[in-house]
Write a protein that binds this ligand. Structure first.
Ligand SMILES: [Zn+2]
Length: 227
């Protein structure tokens, strides 16, 4: 998304997000994070996990159907406008180019959509809701902080990465010389083996903003597996 979610992220989540807007309130029925409301995120997650276990013990049954899901799939998409005068950061790697992403954070289209894919698999709101770009404290923030939080939430929910497949779409510059560096950094941020992290890149056939070097986009699909 041109990002009403120009990305932001933090730990912990701003209080105003929790108390006032509370976009997570729509997810109070989330089977993974049933109590994901009204409290700072870290406590929330801890409480939610405890709540699930308490409920399981109380009922004496196995787990809820949702909790026992062995796999969860998530999809992420992001797009940023390219403008002269900004660095082009992809997957945490600074790629030499005549323009980059104008965004609230570092505009890392790949990390943003990977985060969204993980959050989506967990049934959580998107990155723009969890890390609102209205908070100046995240201006220019490296997107690795969003990744760290998404990975933490994934483990907190009892899941680990099965595999990830990402596709970058940009006309220029060529990604191939940087592909392995990007993938290696992605693996590091995810704490994942390279064999389960795949990265592809393609042009947009010179049409539309993507093909005219005016924007960059990425798609990501992740499969999470119950630990
Ligand atoms: Zn973004």
């Amino acid at each position: 998304m041109a990002m009403a979610s120009s990305l932001i992220c933090s730990t912990p989540i701003p209080t105003k997000f929790i108390t006032k807007q509370n976009p997570l309130s729509n997810h109070s029925s989330n089977p993974i994070f049933p109590k994901l409301t009204k409290q700072p995120l870290r406590n929330l997650v801890v409480l939610s996990t405890a709540a699930i276990e308490a409920e399981t013990q109380k009922s004496g049954t196995a787990k809820t159907p949702s909790k026992s899901l062995p796999f969860r799939v998530g999809h992420g998409f992001d797009l940023h406008r390219l403008e002269p005068g900004y660095p082009l950061i992809i997957g945490g790697i600074n790629i030499p180019h005549d323009r980059g992403c104008e965004a609230h954070s570092d505009g890392d289209v790949l990390l943003h959509c990977v985060v969204d894919a993980i959050l989506g698999a967990l049934g959580l709101p998107d990155i723009g809701q969890i890390f609102p770009d209205t908070d100046p404290k995240w201006k220019g923030a490296p997107s690795s902080v969003f990744m760290e939080e998404a990975v933490r939430l994934m483990h907190e929910a009892g899941y680990e990465l099965g595999n990830l497949d990402a596709t970058l779409i940009l006309q220029r510059p060529k990604v191939s010389p940087h592909k392995e560096a990007i993938r290696a950094n992605l693996c590091k941020l995810l704490g994942a083996d390279p064999s389960v992290v795949n990265l592809k890149a393609k042009t947009h056939e010179k049409v539309d903003s993507l093909g005219e070097n005016r924007s960059i986009a990425a798609h990501t699909v992740v499969l999470l597996m119950k630990k």
